[in-house]
Design a protein around this ligand. Structure first.
Ligand code: PGA
Length: 244
């Protein structure tokens, strides 16, 4: 079985001092874990957590990166600076950024380029909202999001990305996306990647993942891992997900 990937997306939920405390509890909880665990704290907490994770099996992720190399971009954080801190994964196109900050495909494609150029792994988040699902538009929404952000990548670059399917209506709502429904979307993603020259793409699931439902997304042939928000804020809860 290939190694499973678990990403903890702490969003803007913790202060820097709470983040460091939580990061310490993660290093204790996952000392001997074989899974790939990636923690995405807020930007301010990254340097301190990078130190905590040194010589551990935990990896550091960022929640975003700038679409530009360096320059007069107020409030942005350069991918090169994330890389030099030891960040190895970067979330791109999370639905909260797509909706609250109007991030569009062109911007996401530019961010992915910057992240890849720094030898980090972009984790592209895709997912339909409730209205799109109701209207039966799931596959076209997902294909358009993939195309918009990834179509200009070579198959070599595409192979260096991860994709997270996160139905918007399931994020932070407690609403469970049945694993059969989620798997249908995984297949849409895999088909799109195969047509773009990548036979085996790593696809994660995210959206109200909890210890109680985690295993349904991880059974054989299902997802390669999970992207977890609310249930990743405590090491003990997250551990139950990782062990599911
Ligand atoms: P949630 O968030 O687990 O709290 O639903 C997931 C995410 O937004 O990545």
């Amino acid at each position: 079985m290939s190694i499973r990937i678990f990403i903890a997306n702490w969003k803007m939920q913790l202060s820097p001092s709470e983040s460091i405390k939580t990061a310490r509890s993660f290093t204790r909880a996952f000392k001997n874990d074989n899974s790939q665990i990636i923690v995405c704290p807020d930007f301010l907490s990254l340097p301190a957590i990078a130190k905590e994770f040194k010589n551990t099996n935990l990896l550091l992720g960022a929640q975003d990166a700038a679409a530009y190399e360096r320059g007069a971009y107020t409030g942005e954080v350069a991918a090169s600076d994330l890389a030099s801190l030891g960040v190895s994964y970067v979330l791109v196109g999370h639905s909260e950024r797509r909706s609250y900050l109007q991030e569009d495909d062109k911007l996401l494609a530019a961010k992915i380029r910057m992240i890849l150029d720094q030898k980090m792994v972009p984790v592209l988040c895709v997912g339909e909202n409730a209205a799109e699902r109701k209207q039966g538009r799931v596959s076209s929404v997902i294909r358009n999001q993939l195309k918009g952000a990834l179509q200009n990548l070579s198959s070599h670059d595409l192979r260096s990305c991860l994709i997270a399917y996160e139905p918007v209506w399931a994020i932070g709502t407690g609403l469970n996306c049945e694993s059969t429904k989620a798997l249908q979307v995984k297949n849409i993603i895999l088909e799109w990647c195969q047509r773009s020259g990548v036979k085996k793409m790593i696809v994660l699931y995210g959206g109200s993942v909890k210890p109680e439902n985690a295993s349904s997304f991880l059974v054989a042939g299902a997802f390669d891992g999970l992207l977890v928000g609310g249930a990743s804020l405590r090491a003990d809860t997250f551990k139950k997900i990782v062990r599911a």
